[in-house]
Design a protein around this ligand. Structure first.
Ligand SMILES: Cc1cc2nc3c(=O)[nH]c(=O)nc-3n(C[C@H](O)[C@H](O)[C@H](O)COP(=O)(O)OP(=O)(O)OC[C@H]3O[C@@H](n4cnc5c(N)ncnc54)[C@H](O)[C@@H]3O)c2cc1C
Length: 717
């Protein structure tokens, strides 16, 4: 309502301006004709004239009326170069600010709702970075329409204060030129002569100066970083990659594929965490656990359900067999065949171009390289609980070997942590016979997901016998008469939980020490600090994967690896900003929880408008046939549009189902396109189409349909 009132007021003001033919006054001839009257008035009441002139100037510019240039010339004629410049400099800046604010107030929300949020976010990120420079350049070149800059800038995220002072500073040179010309107004025949092409070019150069200066400063900074090191005359390698997990393997692969000489150095096992301690063993364990669960509940499928009889040792042997079967994909042999030199040893960066390798089989090698990719991954975080070392604990690094030595699953297992890894392992171990207590400090598990997803996950875990304690803080570990205990606190009360094994799954921290990065002064926070090109403060040293963050997934490590390696090898020609717009992930509990893009809690936190469409998997024919008719597909879209902002799927095969939405989001396909695609019957994938159908039903053109109903009634006679 307020917006409408403001718009109406402005329309009225503009109408009055034209109704009283004030536009005639704001032409060169009009102004020349009336100049003597204005001069006489200014001579009799100089202060009043200056004040009124200021006010009118502000109004003309704030309402984006034509004639600001004539007003400026008139200012020169009336008040002279100095006073005229001062008055106009402030009046034009205030007017510009008002136009900017009106545009922001009236139009910004509508424009943001209409256009692609991601693209706008990218523009705003650019404005945040270099907006002041762009604005300064635009202001310096009077050829860019003044009113258009005000209106467009109002739509961006630039701060109003920045807009004001940059505008005032940027417009000053042009203002002086115009005011100066105005002092000779009587001799002026046209506006075109005021700004010669040479003058415009000089302004443009002046405008580009800050951007160039920024680049030069960056160049000097880069040179200073390298100043304390002696750069080798030549290099043994184009690239050295430290760490052979997903991030390192893919970086080396890409470098070799484009014929660079690349050395990959791995201190531990080829394949890193994912193959040896993470995704692969956990998914193998999950599969055995699911089968045990299905055997237990075989009566759901018309068979006789029974407690599964199995050897835990054999389950763990299978887990290690699976690792062994996948291992060739990440092996030294495979990568050597691909053209990568693989060294097994510990790498330390000695200087920005030299890496020293302490080989596992003895000996030390020093290699020089033009570029380095750090892909050293992350390790499990162990909370510093008093007594934890005394009771002993497992992490994802140690659990696979430790469990392989057991004949039966630990009778009482405490899982510390309610994130994806904790949930996956808690459920699997409960299904394999452990009494599992899961302790989470937050008030719900899987806290990054929406409340309903956390609730669904909790119910699933509890159905499998996991005791889920949320809002419980671990305080200490104790041994009492040979019994291992963990003491937790909830609502001010302490509770001691006895266990046989304690598994820490409270998060993973980037590996940031021990390989020379501290000595080089490579900045770190929770991860290695990089810019959007994954470049560290050394332009030839990049980082990828868990060590670079912010995500900790195999597929994001591989995704980043492309940017790190391509930017490292070719960044001097063209650099690529890492694209995090469409990042999917799955938590492999049963039912799986898969997500891409925004969920509701994130959309709310970021103030992004959305609509929710939901399709219940209890309705899906294939889900019913498979005895797994539970869960949902939940889609967030731009209000009134089929553009997908994010999708959460909870249910069987959720991770696989998600792929269609990942593709759609990546390539800008909306729900109408998914609805218009044939999906095989009866498949789980149909859930995606039905979810799109739900959206379509909710957005059916009701008016047209009611007309159609009338039309058909009429046709029936
Ligand atoms: C239990 C568990 C389950 C998981 N499940 C999934 C899943 O289902 N899906 C998913 O996407 N992600 C999953 N992850 C996460 C995934 O494993 C990691 O995100 C992924 O391994 C990261 O790859 P990376 O290359 O960054 O690091 P890593 O795989 O950790 O590799 C880093 C390598 O660098 C080596 N290294 C370190 N320092 C040096 C040095 N100075 N010299 C030489 N070598 C060095 C290390 O030995 C290591 O092998 C899981 C993780 C865990 C723990």
């Amino acid at each position: 309502m307020k917006k409408l009132f403001l718009v109406l007021l402005m329309v009225l003001a503009v109408s009055l301006f034209f109704y009283f033919d004030l536009n005639e006054l704001l032409t060169l001839d009009g102004m020349k004709a009336s100049l003597s009257t204005f001069e006489a008035w200014r001579a009799s009441s100089p202060l009043l004239a200056a004040g009124l002139y200021f006010l009118i100037y502000v109004l003309v510019t704030a309402l984006s009326l034509p004639g600001a240039a004539i007003m400026t010339l008139a200012g020169g004629a009336l008040f002279g170069l100095l006073t005229g410049t001062i008055i106009i400099s402030f009046a034009s800046s205030v007017g510009a600010l008002l136009a900017f604010l009106v545009s922001r107030y009236v139009l910004r929300d509508t424009v943001h709702a209409k256009f692609d949020g991601e693209r706008l976010r990218a523009i705003n990120a650019g404005i945040k970075r270099d907006g002041a420079f762009y604005l300064f350049t635009l202001r310096l070149i009077p050829a860019f329409p003044f009113f258009l800059i005000n209106l467009l800038m109002g739509l961006t995220a630039i701060r109003a204060v920045t807009f004001y002072w940059v505008s005032q500073l940027g417009m000053l040179a042009g203002t002086i030129v115009y005011v100066n010309a105005g002092t000779q107004l009587a001799q002026l025949d046209s506006l075109s002569g005021i700004l010669s092409p040479a003058l415009l070019f000089s302004f443009a150069l002046l405008g580009l100066f800050p951007l160039l200066a920024k680049k030069v400063v960056a160049l000097i900074k880069r040179r200073r970083i390298y100043a304390r090191w002696q750069k080798p005359d030549g290099f043994d390698r184009n690239m050295i990659v430290i760490g052979a997990g997903a991030g390192g393997l893919v970086s080396a692969y890409i470098a070799a594929a484009v014929k660079a000489k690349v050395t990959l150095i791995e201190a531990g096992k080829m394949g890193g965490d994912c193959l040896n301690y993470g995704c692969v063993p956990s998914k193998a364990l999950i599969r055995s656990a699911k089968l045990a669960h299905q055997m237990r509940h075989a009566d759901h499928y018309g068979l006789t359900g029974d407690e599964p009889r199995f050897s835990f040792k054999q389950v763990m042997e299978r887990v290690h067999e699976v690792i062994g079967k996948v291992a060739p994909h990440d092996s030294v042999e495979r990568y050597t065949d691909l053209g990568v030199e693989v060294l097994q040893g510990y790498a330390r960066i000695v200087d920005p171009w030299t890496v020293e390798v302490t080989l596992n089989d003895g000996g030390v090698q020093r290699l020089t390289t033009r570029t380095i990719v750090i892909a050293t991954g992350a390790r499990p975080f162990v909370p510093p609980l008093p007594g934890i070392d005394e009771v002993g604990y497992l992490t994802s690094d140690t659990l696979w070997d430790a469990f392989a030595r057991l004949d039966a699953a630990p009778a009482r297992l405490v899982v510390l942590g309610g994130g994806p890894i904790g949930c996956e392992l808690a459920q699997s171990m409960a299904r394999l016979g452990s009494h599992v207590t899961q302790i989470e400090m937050a008030r719900r598990i899987m806290i990054r997901e929406d409340e309903e997803v956390s609730a669904l996950a909790r119910a699933a875990l509890e159905r499998d016998g996991v005791r889920v304690l949320t809002g419980y803080k671990a305080l200490r570990c104790e041994i009492e008469e040979g019994h291992k205990l963990i003491v937790v606190e909830h609502d001010g009360e302490e509770l001691a939980i006895e266990f046989d094994e304690l598994l820490c799954a409270v998060g993973r921290v980037a590996r940031l020490e021990g390989y020379g990065q501290e000595e080089l002064g490579i900045e770190t926070g929770r991860t290695i600090n990089t810019n959007e090109y994954l470049e560290t403060i050394y332009p030839n040293i990049y980082a990828a994967g868990d060590v670079a963050g912010p995500y900790q997934f195999t597929h994001t490590a591989a995704h980043q690896a492309w940017y790190a390696s391509v930017n490292a090898l070719f960044g001097h020609l063209k650099r690529f900003r890492v694209d995090y717009r469409v990042i999917p992930w799955t938590t492999f509990i049963d039912p799986e929880v898969a997500r891409v893009g925004l969920n509701e809690q994130e959309a709310k936190a970021q103030g992004i408008a959305y609509e929710v469409t939901r399709y219940g998997l209890d309705d899906l024919d294939r889900a019913i046939a498979d005895g797994a008719a539970h869960g949902f597909v939940k889609i967030l879209t731009v209000p009134g549009k089929d553009r997908i902002l994010g999708v959460t799927i909870a249910g069987e095969h959720a991770g696989d189902l998600l792929a269609e939405f990942v593709l759609a989001m990546k390539h800008g396909l909306g729900l109408n396109k998914i609805l218009g695609t044939i999906h095989t019957y009866p498949t789980w994938a149909e859930a995606n189409k039905y979810a799109a159908g739900e959206w379509k039903r909710a957005h059916a053109p009701k008016r047209i349909l009611s007309w159609l109903a009338r039309y058909h009634t009429w046709r029936r006679g």
